[in-house]
Write a protein that binds this ligand. Structure first.
Ligand code: GDP
Length: 296
């Protein structure tokens, strides 16, 4: 489960603090040291950890926790608020187009969970009375189109494809035209993923972006890859300016470092979390609920 290790470490630290009537400067310092270590062990980016701890310390001093009658509770509240801020403060809603058809580009490295996420988002949108269409633009991996079709058939959502001989940008354009023709109002474009970021991939994504002018470019990253996920997010964001991040496999990530670092590093909101392999395993990302989950 997500944040399992971090959660138990922090709970241990706070149990000690709560056990004391008053706390000394030394107690607070020790607690902050433990929080810092727990975050680093959770694979949170070093810079993020440093800023987080310094901000928590400032707030503790500002709130005069050493004078408080319930210092433990106060420190926990401050940490909770700062964790929430770190992950984005409040839920970040999906952007919808006001011209009828909302186009979402799903981008990310191979294996991140992009195709699965296309299906999850399509299903989620249908529940909200949208008419989704999936568009298969990964023309490089032979099984990719088939995989999207399998996902589509599982949830009974149509997939637009033109095989693998047509340029991805042309498929994307034709997919949106098809949606207009057929009355679909939510188009999800599954783009190609590679094992590594390369110029061709980025060039293709930029072409698609320029052609279909999406309301959202969602970057799908595998939370289990920790700081690598953060680096990937940074690069993608610098290259194509994504509108949001989707974290997958949060169900399997016991550390949680990506979830805690990505917002701060990229300044882009985390919009959804994948919590399993099934099409229903999608959560809207709520920073406050995630923080509560961490603190238990
Ligand atoms: P793509 O290459 O980016 O399109 O990735 P896929 O959608 O094919 O996903 C790669 C693997 O990750 C598949 O085995 C998926 O079932 C699995 N997967 C995707 N999302 C999640 C998730 O949120 N949790 C778990 N546990 N597995 C996931």
């Amino acid at each position: 489960m997500a944040f399992e290790n971090l959660s138990s470490k922090l709970q241990e630290t706070f149990k000690k603090l709560k056990g004391k009537g008053k706390i000394s400067e030394k107690d607070l310092k020790e607690a902050m040291r433990e929080v810092k270590l727990a975050l680093l062990e959770a694979d949170v980016n070093y810079k993020v950890v440093k800023e987080f701890i310094s901000s928590v310390k400032d707030k503790c001093l500002g709130a005069n926790v050493l004078e408080s009658l319930t210092p433990g509770q106060q420190v926990i509240k401050i940490v909770n608020d700062e964790l929430t801020t770190l992950m984005g403060t409040s839920e970040s809603k999906l952007n919808f187009s006001d011209t009828g058809i909302t186009v979402v580009m799903m981008v990310g490295l191979q294996g991140a969970g992009k195709t699965t996420m296309c299906g999850k988002l399509a299903l989620n949108m249908r529940k909200k009375n949208k008419k989704p269409l999936l568009v298969a633009c990964d023309i490089y991996r032979p099984a990719a189109i088939k995989q999207l079709q399998v996902v589509g058939s599982q949830i009974d959502i149509p997939v637009f494809s033109m095989g693998d001989k047509v340029k991805a940008v042309d498929i994307a354009k034709a997919g949106v035209a098809h949606a207009k023709d057929q009355g679909y109002n939510f188009v999800i474009i599954d783009t190609a993923g590679r094992l590594h970021i390369d110029d061709d991939l980025m060039g293709e994504l930029k072409d698609i972006k320029a052609e279909v002018k999406p309301s959202e470019i969602l970057l799908v990253v595998d939370s289990m890859t920790g700081q690598d996920a953060v680096n990937v997010a940074e690069t993608f964001n610098n290259e194509i300016d994504v509108t949001g991040v989707v974290l997958t496999k949060l169900d399997g990530d016991t550390r949680g470092g990506a979830a805690l670092s990505i917002r701060h590093i990229t300044n882009k909101p985390i919009k959804f979390a994948g919590m399993g392999e099934k099409m229903n395993d999608l959560e809207v990302f709520h920073p406050d609920r995630m923080a509560s989950r961490i603190l238990g």
